[in-house]
Design a protein around this ligand. Structure first.
Ligand SMILES: Cc1ncc(COP(=O)(O)O)c(C=O)c1O
Length: 392
């Protein structure tokens, strides 16, 4: 089984693969997309005008103006009116998921995850000794009927999962989006089984085609069933380590008033000041619009190159947003064999099996198209096509 520790951390720092390798490994941001001058101005403002607050321990729930900016954004984008009690700032989505696992589960608890799902979330859940059970995903996202069956089987075996983790929009690693119909069915299923949904919504703003469906959090009018996590990592910069949670007030209260937050004074107060200043100056919306253009062009380059370069029998998803395309190889090809052949041709990506909590993915490849410019994407996919042909 391939694990993260198989990778050399130095090789991994910039999108993986080593010198001269075209790497589709990581969903890293386009390096030229960072608004460095604007963030520098926001840093200067935060230090000059607010330094004694921005450098101090911050409030446990997060910096008020950033919470208020996010409330206004959510109201504008999704028509949801949330109070301050519904939102807390976190150290990225990763910090939120780790805190949810730490504060709302016990070692040995059962959690449902999508098959496949984001491998680092599996890592976090395993850090907390959770037992993971998988539910398959198809072109319309999580198969809710399979979730119902899995819950029934688990119930018969005396198991009662506490949470179901889903990436409903432009999923990592498949790029698929959960249909609205299934979203409603999933909420009904969760209510019937007293299962809470963790909705990882970090790609919501990166939509290149059509509309983004309403979030599970928005569809759950009770506000009791869904804990939704967002992040500035994909829409601004992951190095800021800033994200947020929207959930029922008692969940927010628990997340905000834990030992880590009390001692640490909230999550990243200085970064919160800088980002709040950036957002209050109206810079985030045009920045997101620019990101959509950059990543739409990369997605289109990848889909065009796949159509030109893949031999018959290879299939792939058509993401409407996000960073990832999921390839399925024809039998008897195996992903790891194809990646070895691809690396000899100067291109690399991730094998599908690392995205499964239990089993699967031996014939799948994940391509992250966010980091490489369009010409490299085209050439890299052409080389991958050659590697697949040579492995047949
Ligand atoms: C689905 C998903 N959730 C969370 C993250 C990480 O988010 P953050 O940087 O906010 O911790 C990623 C990054 O790849 C992701 O794909």
């Amino acid at each position: 089984m391939h694990t993260q520790s198989d990778f050399d951390p130095l090789r991994d720092v910039q999108a993986g693969g080593g010198p001269g390798m075209r790497s589709f490994i990581y969903g890293h941001l386009a390096p030229e997309s960072f608004p460095i001058a604007e963030l520098l101005a926001a840093c200067q403002y935060s230090l000059r005008e607010e330094g004694s607050l921005a450098l101090q321990y911050g409030p446990e729930q997060g910096y008020g103006p950033l919470i208020d900016y996010l409330r206004a954004k959510i109201e504008r984008d999704e028509g949801l009116s949330l109070g301050r009690q519904h939102l807390t700032i976190t150290a990225g989505c990763a910090g939120a998921l780790d805190a949810i696992a730490r504060l709302f589960t016990h070692p040995g608890d059962a959690v449902l995850v999508e098959a496949p799902t984001y491998t680092d979330t599996l890592h976090i859940f395993r850090d907390h000794h959770l037992r993971l059970f998988q539910v398959p995903v198809d072109e319309e996202g999580l198969i809710v009927e399979s979730a119902a069956q899995r819950l029934e089987e688990l119930r018969r075996a005396g198991e009662r999962p506490l949470f179901l983790y889903t990436i409903a929009n432009f999923q990592n690693p498949t790029g698929v989006t959960l249909s609205v119909e299934r979203r409603k069915q999933l909420i009904d299923l969760a209510r019937a089984h007293e299962l809470r949904i963790i909705e990882d919504d970090v790609y919501r703003d990166l939509c290149y085609e059509g509309d983004v469906p309403p979030s599970l959090f928005a569809l759950d009018e009770s506000r009791e069933t869904v804990i939704r996590v967002g992040s500035f990592s994909k829409i601004l910069a992951p190095g800021l380590r800033l994200g947020w949670v929207t959930a029922a007030p008692q969940v927010i209260e628990r997340l905000a008033h834990c030992g880590l937050r009390s001692m640490g004074g909230g999550a990243n107060p200085f970064a919160s000041h800088v980002v709040a200043n950036f957002c209050e100056r109206g810079l985030l919306e045009p920045h997101i619009a620019r990101l959509r253009e950059i990543y739409r062009a990369r997605r289109d380059a990848a889909l065009t190159a796949l159509a030109h370069s893949m031999p018959p029998g290879v299939t792939w998803t058509h993401p409407r947003g996000g960073f990832f395309i999921w390839l399925t190889l024809p039998a008897p090809l195996l992903a790891r064999q194809v990646i070895a052949a691809a690396e000899q041709r100067g291109v690399t990506c991730l094998p599908g099996d690392i995205f499964f909590a239990e089993r699967g993915g031996e014939r799948n490849l994940r391509l992250a198209f966010s980091y490489l410019p369009p010409d490299d994407i085209s050439q890299g996919i052409a080389a991958l096509g050659d590697a697949i042909r040579a492995s047949l």
